[in-house]
Design a protein around this ligand. Structure first.
Ligand SMILES: NC(=O)c1ccc[n+]([C@@H]2O[C@H](COP(=O)([O-])OP(=O)(O)OC[C@H]3O[C@@H](n4cnc5c(N)ncnc54)[C@H](O)[C@@H]3O)[C@@H](O)[C@H]2O)c1
Length: 322
């Protein structure tokens, strides 16, 4: 649902995963867009409302790829209709909404998962699997910097500082990695400095986040929409090893390449392109496993709720005052 920028990657991922998922319908309020996507990706139905799609018996789950402000109410609608849902990040825009949909998931017993695509790669899975050998964690340092020349969707332009721009559209990827490495615990302190360099939106496009966790674990996150040379670097400093995830899908342990995907070199603007369809394919497989009640690595609602609390605390802590 939501035939915009990110939807094609989900649709290609579904097409690649016939043993886990089958596309029944696409939904977009713009009928031409819904029809175009249905034709291109082979959906039986092109719907213009969620209600239409939820009336179809064959629909067992919905992938929500709509603007952030719509997520919570649409998740709620899907769960109330008795279907499972994978919602794009951010899980929701407010803690109250996140709690509301998490409660709905509990009540219904359905799967509510968040789309944290960047963890669904072999590099991150290997880090998780080998975590015990790395020993005590001391620090995490994340830099995710890309260049977007103004709003990539119309709604980006009007997002307020309170809603957040780079802190709510991009930082969730970093927060997800941080939580995956640190564990399901909350930070003790948060400091955030934010700035805006581009004139075509009103909220922040550059930010630095500093966090302190229990047991003296420290973390920093730098997110930017201004850096022409893409940087996607996540470093976890453990007692026994320095573990880096570079360019989304490479794993380096103490400067030794451990997972090196067989792909073309990363281009400057290569953050969202067909080269990352496999991230989405793994994500849809994990979601399907969750729906089937099997072991899986989806980011399920308890974890997504914690991330929303952290993300909102970060936005609230942001200082813009030079
Ligand atoms: N996982 C990732 O790496 C990643 C990357 C980009 C975007 N996203 C997330 O995906 C979501 C969509 O982002 P996008 O960049 O594709 O946005 P977009 O604006 O390009 O697409 C949104 C689509 O939703 C449709 N839409 C609007 N209102 C709707 C409604 N009421 N019901 C159904 N559809 C409606 C629009 O017509 C549009 O086609 C956002 O939440 C964003 O944060 C995730």
């Amino acid at each position: 649902m939501g035939c915009g920028r990110i939807a094609p990657l989900h649709l290609k991922a579904i097409a690649r995963s016939p043993e886990h998922a089958r596309l029944v319908a696409v939904v977009d309020p713009d009928p031409a867009r819904a029809a175009e996507f249905a034709g291109e990706y082979g959906a039986e139905h092109a719907c213009t409302s969620l209600d239409q799609a939820l009336a179809l018996d064959a629909v067992e789950a919905v992938v929500l790829c709509t603007p952030n402000a719509l997520h919570a109410d649409q998740v709620d609608q899907v769960l109330r209709a008795g279907r499972n849902v994978l919602v794009e990040k951010p899980f929701s825009e407010t803690v109250a909404d996140a709690e509301r949909i998490a409660t709905r998931a509990e009540e219904t017993g359905l799967v509510l998962a968040a789309g944290h695509t960047f963890r669904h790669v072999e590099a991150v899975r290997t880090l998780q699997d080998r975590r015990a050998e790395f020993g005590r964690l001391r620090a995490v340092s994340i830099s995710m910097c890309v260049f977007w020349d103004g709003p990539q969707a119309p709604w980006w332009a009007t997002r307020t500082r309170e809603e957040g721009l780079v802190l709510t559209l991009f930082a969730p990827h970093a927060i997800d990695f941080l939580q995956l490495v640190v564990g399901e615990i909350d930070p003790l302190r948060i400091h955030v400095e934010a700035a805006r360099f581009q004139p075509d939106w009103v909220a922040e496009d550059e930010a630095m986040i500093l966090l302190r966790y229990p047991d003296d674990v420290l973390a920093s996150i730098h997110v930017s929409y201004n850096q022409k040379r893409t940087m996607n670097r996540k470093i976890a400093h453990f007692e026994n090893a320095t573990v880096r995830v570079e360019n989304g899908d490479e794993l380096w342990i103490d400067d030794e390449p451990v997972v090196m995907p067989d792909r073309a070199p990363v281009e400057d603007d290569a953050l969202f392109n067909d080269g990352i369809t496999h991230y989405f394919a793994t994500q849809i497989r994990e979601f399907a496993l969750a729906v089937r009640g099997l072991p899986n690595r989806s980011v399920l609602h308890p974890s997504a709720l914690r991330q929303t609390r952290l993300n909102r605390a970060i936005v609230a802590a942001a200082r813009h005052d030079g």
